[in-house]
Design a protein around this ligand. Structure first.
Ligand SMILES: Nc1ncnc2c1ncn2[C@@H]1O[C@H](COP(=O)(O)OP(=O)(O)OP(=O)(O)O)[C@@H](O)[C@H]1O
Ligand SMILES: [Mg+2]
Length: 227
């Protein structure tokens, strides 16, 4: 199993309602899952928790047989850099680095790995950004920034790819490129969790999980849930 979430609950300190309530699921190699649900139902919280970026109050997150929150902060950062690709809802590109450098920044957490500018440039080319390598994020359209964030998440060929609304700002052609890359990644044996409001994007996934008020309301395959 690539990723497992066991009985995870999370309440933000300044928020009275639980953002996640006893959520359990698992993601296997080659699995492409879409998480849907109304705004505020906990989708981003689930993704952050699974991605090692937000410690849950209770429960466990296991990625690649490692208890993610059992690691020290430094170990967890290195673990994330190696195994987890994350496309943030707000991209989080570094404003003073150009497009190529932003993608290569994914390697910063990986001690001893040689930089791979060719691979970064190839990925950017696949996303239609070949002539934008030297631009800074501020000189890009929102959809272009979104595609840089995708390239960065894929650079290290992680085992788990977590993408929060990665097609939210894209036209149909570019949304298809991103969805194709997510599918290809799963076909290569990775596990993908896609958060989306877009039914067309969700339909590209093998399974759909619906979140409602921090709980799994339904999923199309009960196999993705741990009882
Ligand atoms: N940093 C935070 N501090 C306090 N409350 C938060 C914080 N982040 C999220 N919340 C609350 O937790 C709940 C779940 O938020 P989350 O961002 O996971 O929702 P979401 O499903 O991703 O929504 P959207 O579709 O709008 O992105 C919401 O009610 C939100 O207001
Ligand atoms: Mg969100």
């Amino acid at each position: 199993m690539v990723a497992e979430v066991h009985g995870v609950s999370k309440t933000y300190r300044d928020h009275s309602v639980a953002a996640l309530r006893d959520v359990s699921l698992q993601l296997d190699s080659g699995q492409f899952v879409a998480v849907c649900g109304p705004s505020g139902c906990g989708k981003s919280t689930l993704l952050l928790t699974l991605g090692g970026l937000l410690r849950p109050d209770t429960g466990r997150v296991v990625v690649n047989e490692t208890d993610v929150y059992g690691l020290s902060p430094n170990e967890r950062a290195a673990f994330r850099a190696k195994w987890i690709g994350f496309v943030f809802q707000q991209f989080h590109l570094v404003p003073y680095l150009n497009v190529l450098e932003n993608v290569l920044a994914a390697e910063l957490g990986m001690r001893g790995s040689p930089p791979t500018p060719d691979r970064a440039a190839t990925l950017l080319e696949q996303f239609g950004l070949a002539d934008r390598l030297q631009h800074r994020p501020g000189q890009l359209s929102t959809g272009e920034r979104q595609r840089v964030a995708m390239a960065r998440a894929l650079l290290n060929e992680p085992c788990l790819l977590l993408a929060d609304e990665p097609t939210g700002n894209l036209d149909e052609e570019n949304a298809d490129r991103v969805l194709d890359e997510l599918s290809n990644f799963a076909d290569r044996g990775g596990a993908v969790m896609l958060v989306t409001h877009d039914p067309r994007a969700a339909s590209r996934a093998q399974q759909q999980i619906n979140l409602l008020e921090g709980q799994i309301a339904s999923d199309l395959t009960t196999a993705t849930r741990l009882e």
